[in-house]
Write a protein that binds this ligand. Structure first.
Ligand code: GLU
Length: 268
C-alpha cells in the first residue's frame, strides 16, 4: 500500500496535468484523454475528496485553434497563444465536466503573486470558498503577466505552492513518464523506477538530471523543485504517468503508482 499522507483535513489533493498529458506528441489536443480525466476527477470529487486541478495546455490549445503547425519560438507569441488557448481550454473542461454535474472555475495565478501576503490571503480565501461550494478550481499560470511558467514549465512548482497555500495533503503530478528513474529509461536498460523518495539526496538529484527526458516544458528537475516545496511543507507528492488518468483513483485507493516523495512531517 502506498503510504500517502492521510491525516486530518488532508482530504485535499492537488492534481497537476501538463501539456504532455493533454496533447499528442504532435501537439494536437487529446480530447479523449481529457474526457477520461474529467470522469476520474469527478468520481474522486464525488467520493468526498477536495480537488484542485492545475492544468497547463493553454499554448497547445491556442496553437491548435489557430491552426499552427508548430510551437512558436518567441515569448510574446506563446503568450498570445496562451491567451487564446486558455479560454478554449476552459470551454473543453466545462464540456467534459458538465455530464458529471461538476462545475469548474478558472483561477489564474502567478508564483510571484503568491509570495505577497495580501494576494496569498485573497487566493486562499477564493480557493477555500470554491472548495466549500463543491466547485473544481482549474488553475493555470497567468501567462500574460508572467513568462516564468512558459520558459521553465513552472506549473509543477505552482501546484506545490498552491498545495502549501491551501494545506493539501497530497499533490499528484501527471507526466509522460512513470516516475523518477535511476537513469534515463529510454537509453539505459538498467534504469529502475524509484518507488519512494524520503529525502532529496545528491543521488536522487543526480537521477533526476540523468532521467530528464519528459517531453513537457518542465522536466524532472522542476518536478524535484516542486517535491522539495511539498516535502518541507508536510505534503506528500507523487509523480505518475498521465497516459491513464485512472491512475489518480488508483493512488487514492492506496495502490502503489509512480514515485512517492514522502514528506518529512506527514503522519502515516
Ligand atoms: N501555462 C502554460 C500553458 O498553459 C504552460 C506552463 C507549463 O508548461 O508548466 O500552456
Amino acid at each position: 500500500m502506498t503510504e500517502i499522507n492521510r491525516d486530518t483535513e488532508q482530504k485535499r489533493i492537488v492534481v497537476k496535468v501538463g501539456s504532455s498529458t493533454l496533447s499528442f506528441a504532435n501537439g494536437r489536443i487529446n480530447l479523449q484523454r481529457i474526457e477520461r480525466l474529467a470522469g476520474v476527477l469527478s468520481e474522486v470529487r464525488h467520493a468526498g475528496w477536495e480537488l484542485i486541478l492545475v492544468s497547463s495546455g493553454a499554448i497547445a490549445v491556442g496553437g491548435g485553434l489557430l491552426g499552427m503547425k508548430k510551437k512558436p519560438e518567441r515569448l510574446p507569441e506563446k503568450q498570445a497563444l496562451a491567451a487564446v488557448g486558455q479560454a478554449e481550454l476552459m470551454k473543453i473542461y466545462q464540456r467534459f465536466f458538465e455530464p458529471f454535474h461538476q462545475t469548474v472555475a478558472q483561477v489564474l495565478l502567478t508564483k510571484d503573486g503568491l509570495q505577497e501576503k495580501t494576494k496569498r490571503i485573497n487566493a486562499r480565501n477564493t480557493l477555500n470558498r470554491l472548495l466549500e461550494m463543491g466547485i473544481l478550481p482549474v488553475i493555470n499560470e497567468n501567462d500574460t503577466v508572467s513568462t516564468f511558467g512558459i520558459r521553465f514549465g513552472n506549473n509543477d512548482v505552482l501546484a506545490a505552492t498552491v498545495a502549501e497555500l491551501i494545506h493539501a495533503g497530497l499533490v499528484i503530478i501527471l507526466s509522460d513518464i512513470d516516475g523518477l528513474y535511476t537513469a534515463d529509461p529510454r537509453k539505459d536498460p538498467q534504469a529502475r523506477l524509484i518507488d519512494t523518495v524520503h529525502d532529496l539526496s545528491p543521488t536522487v538529484l543526480r537521477s533526476a538530471r540523468g532521467s530528464d527526458n519528459t517531453f513537457g516544458t518542465g522536466g524532472m528537475s522542476v518536478k524535484l523543485d516542486a517535491a522539495r516545496i511539498c516535502m518541507e511543507a508536510g505534503i506528500d507528492m507523487i509523480i505518475a504517468n498521465g497516459k491513464n488518468p485512472e491512475v489518480i483513483a488508483e493512488i487514492l485507493e492506496g495502490k502503489k503508482r509512480g514515485t512517492l516523495f514522502k514528506s518529512q512531517k506527514s503522519k502515516d
